[in-house]
Design a protein. Structure first.
Lengths: 114, 113
């Protein structure tokens, strides 16, 4: 069975440019998570979806970050405009449900903002 | 503020050695503690612990939780070079943030041949 798929794996952009990351969760997983991981730190949750509804987005910087999961399957995370401090790895994870099920992570997208 | 602290931050050993990684936490309404292994890719799930004093084992890896003292340890016996990775500890709380994992900074383990 395929795991969580993310693309692109690497992205280099100049500051003030927009960027988007895509995630396809494990088939049948209703819950999808986006995490941010800075170098030398553990992942931090940005947003959690239950199907197509964002149920925990309190840590998403909404002035420049947005996310969507329109059909309750794959998801897109966008940054507009990007800043130097956004350079990090963006991880997507999914689980069958929330609260009781293991989260499975994708390989991440490494973003470098110049 | 909820907090997860791992120690040591880095560890270098030789193949065959046994290592113990530590994770302490301060989380309101604790529900579970999880260990992940992160190589140059996705964090992969190792263990989930919810009950105090019950050891979880998988091959050479084992983990135990002490809910009274608010910590967990991850043991790796007879280490191999393939064990080299970052080991992440995460804690989940009950309530409105159920499902949100709070991660520590990780322990970077390097196993030399």
């Amino acid at each position: 069975e395929a795991g969580v798929v993310q693309s692109p794996r690497y992205k280099i952009i100049e500051k003030k440019q927009p960027v988007a990351f895509w995630c396809n969760p494990i088939s049948g997983h209703n819950t999808l998570y986006w995490y941010l991981q800075n170098l030398g730190q553990g992942p931090e949750l940005l947003i959690r979806y239950e199907n197509e509804e964002a149920v925990d987005d309190s840590q998403l910087p909404k002035d420049r970050f947005s996310a969507e999961r329109l059909k309750g399957v794959d998801s897109t995370l966008k940054i507009q405009p990007a800043e130097l401090g956004d350079s990090a790895v963006y991880l997507c994870a999914s689980s069958l449900g929330w609260g009781t099920d293991t989260q499975y992570f994708g390989p991440g997208t490494r973003l470098t903002v110049l | 503020e909820d907090k997860v602290v791992q120690s040591p931050l880095s560890l270098v050993v030789h193949e065959g050695d046994t290592v113990t990684l530590n994770c302490s936490y301060e989380v309101t309404n604790f529900r579970s503690l999880l260990w992940y292994k992160q190589e140059k890719k996705a964090p992969t799930f190792l263990f989930m612990l919810t009950s105090s004093g019950i050891e979880k084992k998988s091959g050479r890896l084992s983990s135990i939780l002490d809910k009274k003292e608010l910590f967990s340890i991850l043991n790796i016996t007879a280490t191999q070079t393939g064990d080299s990775a970052i080991y992440l500890c995460a804690v989940e709380a009950r309530g409105s943030t159920l499902g949100r994992l709070y991660f520590g900074r990780g322990t970077q383990l390097t196993v030399w041949p």
